[in-house]
Each structure stands twice: as structure tokens, then as C-alpha cells.
Design a protein around this ligand. Structure first.
Ligand code: V47
Ligand code: SF4
Length: 397
């Protein structure tokens, strides 16, 4: 049975709850579901039901195509002026001895390590410190572009921008316009956490508010930049907080169309101030991907970040609405390993990523940050005698 037949079969099941049947019919007719219906999906939808709906939408949009990219991260600092309770990564100013703070040359050294490698994106994210201010990032973006113009800079989040623009006395629009002129191409989805103040005040009380986060993305969209959005789920929030979060994103997307990808991020509980909060199950992860795919009808892509949820769950997620699994990473990010993710040194070669996708019957496509196709791997056979670097990124010591 294909995805459409499965949906038809489910709708014709006489035992299906009437509310769930109505939602399934809406999905078949490509009608938007309401806030209350979103909450109901979480409350009543079992894994099979949600998977059928989400996969129907996923295959209608993308067929079997599954995207990844070749990227690396730079984490300019793990010191942070903020105090997010879920963060295992940041070292407060007073714990500086355990922290690092790079200068522009240190960041350029990382960029230069990839000079002969076919990476298309550098993803920059980390803590917030006074020294890494507007001019710091302006200088880095300019140097990076001068060195390698085609490398896409996906940099920082509203958490950093709110802090540095305020210090520089610039509006969100002015600050972003300036950094865009220096070389910034797009913005990753971090810092969103859970928007609703009931939860945000408990887990991320001192960084940018939901309104500030959304406004910075809106200004970026006005400048023609594409951005992503995340949601940190599976801790103290309730289902309706997740729908509230996605609803605010859906509304902004209706206005601007600037979001590309939604990335649910599973809360990991190692070594942070919320270690007493248990992590949710893999079933809940999959249900959550599926609800996101159903609710966010105006987002093109839903991404499972394999470094955070493990390779196995990333593979499973491809049947629950996910069409993107991020990139090679090359062991350049520590955010998740420090929070207890299975991947302690996250790096995958292109060949491994392609095989991971193929092994669950999907069609691997290497994309650039803006989803232009770089290589379609449908019929590519990996040859033993091709130099490893053709497929794989080197391990950096
Ligand atoms: O904003 C921090 C999250 C985010 C924990 O846009 C945690 O392509 C779980 O946003 N458990 C940063 N999550 C990472 C991020 C991201 C990752 C991959 C791709 C993209 C993209 C964006 O990491 C933070 C925060 O929400 N985070 N600590 C934790 N203990
Ligand atoms: Fe700082 Fe980000 Fe950690 Fe919050 S999540 S403490 S803003 S590094």
C-alpha cells in the first residue's frame, strides 16, 4: 500500500475516533488543522495514526527524497552570560577555566581546515560573551567570505543578535542588514526553546523573549534571508505549549514565507540544572515529528538532527514526516554530546549518511543550505578506488 492508500484505509476504519477521522480527512484535502486539533493529535493520536498522516504529507511534498548537507560547526565560545536551565554546554563567566573563547583568527583556522573539502555550509552557534560583539562577527564574516566566497554562513541566533544589537544600539533590522552586508547568509533555528512565557520563564528566563526571537526572524526574512526554527520539547512543557509554539511559527510563516525547516530538538538531561526531568521516549519523539509535519503546513521541511537523537531514531523519523537529517558535522559540535546524546563525537561521512538513508528505502540528496541539489545519490555507486576525501570529510584533531 502506498501512503495515499494507507490514509484512505485509515479514514475508512469504522473504529476510528470521530475527531481523528475529521483531522485525517482534512489532511487528505490539504486543509489546515486548528490549534485545538493540534492538541488533540498529541492527546489522542497513536504512533500509527500520526505516522500515516505525516508520511502522507511528507511523500506528497518530497516523495522519498531525503536531504542532507556537508557542513561543519564553529562554536566560538562555550561561556555564556545567560543561565538556561537545560543547557549542559555553557560555562558561566565564573567557571571560565572550563571554557573556551575563540578570537577571529581561531575561527578562521577552523574555516581553513576545510579548504580542500567539499563542504557547503558553516554553522556558527555557541554562548554569548561581551567580547564577541557586532564588530567581532562583522570581521569574521568578512574574512570568511573573502577567504571562501561560496561557503554559506548560517550564523548565530536571536539570542546572540538580541544581545549584540542592543549593545550596539541598532534595531534588529539595522543590525542584520549590516551583518548581511558583511557576509551573513542565513540564520539557524536555535534559541527558540518553548515560546510560551509560563515555560520560558522557568527554563530560559534571562535571554531573548519569544517576541524578540520572532521579530529577529521576521526582520531577517524582510532582508531576504532564509532561516530555520527549532522547538526544545520533552521537559516541563505540556502538549498545548508545543502547539502554541508551532502556531506562532505558522503565523509568522504565513506573513513572510522565510522559514525553510522546522527542527524539533529533544531535551537531553545530562549535566544540567534539569537533570531530574526524565527524557521522553523514542515513541514520543516520533509522535512529535509527525504532529509537527501535520501542523506546520506552510513549512517545506522537517529535520531530525541525527547528532542529537541518534542515527537509529533519525532513520525511523523518515517514516514520521521528516525529510532532512542535517549534515556530516565532522565532530565540530559539542552541544549535544555534553547533554548526553548517544553520539559523543558526531561525524558521518557522505557515504555513511547516504547508506543510512538508503537503508530505510529513501532517496538521498545532498543539498546546499537553501535546498539546491548538490548531488542526487539515487544511482551513485561508491567506488573503492575513489579517494576517501571525495566522499568523506577528514577527522580533525
Ligand atoms: O538553542 C541546548 C538546544 C540549540 C540542550 O538550524 C538542547 O539547522 C536538547 O539550534 N537538550 C542549538 N537541546 C542547536 C540548534 C540547531 C541544531 C541543528 C541544526 C540547526 C539548524 C539548529 O540546542 C539551542 C537549544 O535549544 N539545546 N541544550 C539540551 N540539553
Ligand atoms: Fe547560553 Fe545558549 Fe546555553 Fe542558554 S542555551 S545558557 S543562551 S549557550
Amino acid at each position: 500500500m502506498n501512503a495515499e492508500q494507507k490514509l484512505g484505509f485509515l479514514i475508512n476504519n469504522r473504529n476510528l475516533d470521530t475527531d481523528l477521522k475529521r483531522i485525517a480527512e482534512k489532511v487528505r484535502e490539504s486543509e489546515r488543522i486548528t490549534f485545538d486539533e493540534g492538541v488533540l493529535l498529541y492527546e489522542k493520536g497513536d504512533l500509527n495514526y500520526l505516522g500515516v498522516l505525516a508520511n502522507y504529507i511528507r511523500e506528497k511534498r518530497h516523495g522519498d527524497k531525503t536531504y542532507f548537507n556537508r557542513n561543519f560547526h564553529i562554536e566560538p565560545t562555550n561561556v555564556c552570560v545567560y543561565d538556561c536551565k537545560f543547557c549542559s554546554y555553557s560555562r558561566m563567566i565564573k567557571q571560565r577555566e572550563e571554557g573556551w573563547e575563540m578570537d577571529v583568527e581561531g575561527m578562521m583556522d577552523i574555516v581553513r581546515r576545510y579548504d580542500d573539502e567539499p563542504v557547503t555550509e558553516v554553522h556558527i552557534t555557541g554562548g554569548v560573551v561581551p567580547k564577541q560583539n557586532l564588530e567581532f562577527y562583522a570581521e569574521f564574516f568578512k574574512k570568511c567570505k573573502a577567504h571562501r566566497p561560496e561557503l554559506h554562513i548560517k550564523g548565530l541566533t536571536p539570542v546572540e543578535y538580541y544581545y549584540i544589537f542592543k549593545k550596539a544600539k541598532l534595531s534588529h533590522y539595522e543590525g542584520l542588514r549590516y551583518l548581511q552586508a558583511c557576509g551573513l547568509d542565513s540564520m539557524p533555528g536555535g534559541g527558540a526553546e518553548i515560546f510560551h512565557s509560563d515555560v520560558r520563564e522557568k527554563i530560559a528566563h534571562d535571554k531573548c523573549t519569544a517576541e524578540q526571537w520572532l521579530d529577529i526572524h521576521e526582520q531577517a526574512h524582510k532582508l531576504g534571508m532564509h532561516t530555520n526554527a527549532t522547538m526544545l520539547y520533552g521537559h516541563i512543557e505540556e502538549f498545548w505549549h508545543r502547539i502554541d509554539h508551532m502556531d506562532r511559527l505558522r503565523q509568522l510563516q504565513d506573513r513572510t514565507g522565510g522559514f525553510q525547516t522546522f527542527i524539533p530538538l529533544k531535551f537531553r538531561n545530562k549535566d544540567n540544572q534539569m537533570s531530574d526531568v526524565p527524557e521522553v521516549s523514542v515513541v514520543e519523539d516520533l509522535r512529535n515529528y509527525a504532529v509537527a509535519r501535520i501542523y506546520l503546513d506552510n513549512f517545506d521541511h522537517v529535520k531530525a538532527y541525527w547528532a542529537m537523537i541518534s542515527r537509529d531514531t533519525a532513520q525511523l523519523s523518515l517514516a514520521y514526516g521528516v525529510d532532512d537529517i542535517d549534515g556530516t558535522l565532522d565532530d565540530t559540535t559539542k552541544i549535544y554530546s555534553m547533554a548526553g546524546a548517544e553520539e559523543q563525537n558526531p561525524a558521518m561521512s557522505t557515504k555513511e549518511l547516504v547508506e543510512l538513508i538508503r537503508n530505510v528505502g529513501r532517496h538521498p540528496i545532498e543539498r546546499d543550505t537553501l535546498y539546491n541539489v548538490v548531488t542526487d545519490y539515487k544511482d551513485v555507486v561508491f567506488e573503492e578506488d575513489k579517494p576517501a576525501k571525495y566522499y568523506a570529510l577528514p577527522v580533525v584533531n
